[in-house]
Design a protein around this ligand. Sequence first.
Ligand SMILES: C[S@@+](CC[C@H](N)C(=O)[O-])C[C@H]1O[C@@H](n2cnc3c(N)ncnc32)[C@H](O)[C@@H]1O
Length: 224
Amino acid sequence: MRMRKKKNLESRLNACGELLTVAEPEVKDRRETPVKTSCLELGALFGNDDPVYMEVGCGKGRFACEYAAAHPGRNLLAIEKSANVIVAACEGAAQRGLENVRFLKCSAEYLDCFIPEKSISGIFLNFSCPFPKKGYAKHRLTHRSFLAIYDSLMLPGAEIHMKTDDRGLFEFSVEELSEYGFTLKNVTLDLHNSGFEGNIMTEYETRFTEMDKPIYRLEAYLKD
Ligand SMILES: C[S@@+](CC[C@H](N)C(=O)[O-])C[C@H]1O[C@@H](n2cnc3c(N)ncnc32)[C@H](O)[C@@H]1O
């Protein structure tokens, strides 16, 4: 089911100004060769050369804004495919006057068409849609096809940090990451009782925590 467009969506998107970039791929079928014609210039986008971290599937942007506020020497590029949702994220960031967060409306399938190779210092996957039906596994953001895209964008030493409440997605992700060649570390099946410090809560994390659900978390990196 498609979500109805929010009222005044176009004008609200336009009002986001430099906070928001809308990226539409020229080729909409990944079986065809993706076109890499309009790469973002990350230095120009943020107005500095600080390292760029990326959150894929940022929702309404709470994590992205909190992360940017907590890390003034880093940039956070927040990716979201839904216009209805990303517009709220941009408006929240604008209200806070954050300089080091930018939003890219783009499906993760096409990130390598727009983001320069080997330019990203770390990736956050927070409460990605679990797509529990077996036939939908290729839509999960830790499916090997997405891992290949992230790999092409990640700088040496960059890490993927993932959190979810969904055990099935977590187990799938452990398998996909391991088979791809990632090494896992700091794996926990109960983040909030693990002693982990510096956790930044997301919208979904708050919701699931209030339901007393454990939060699964891992970090993954590729060896040189
Ligand atoms: C369950 S929400 C979680 C939002 C937020 N990260 C949080 O933790 O509160 C997942 C978000 O990922 C977005 N998403 C799902 N698949 C995506 C894709 N292929 N590319 C970009 N965004 C995607 C959805 O539109 C949705 O807003």
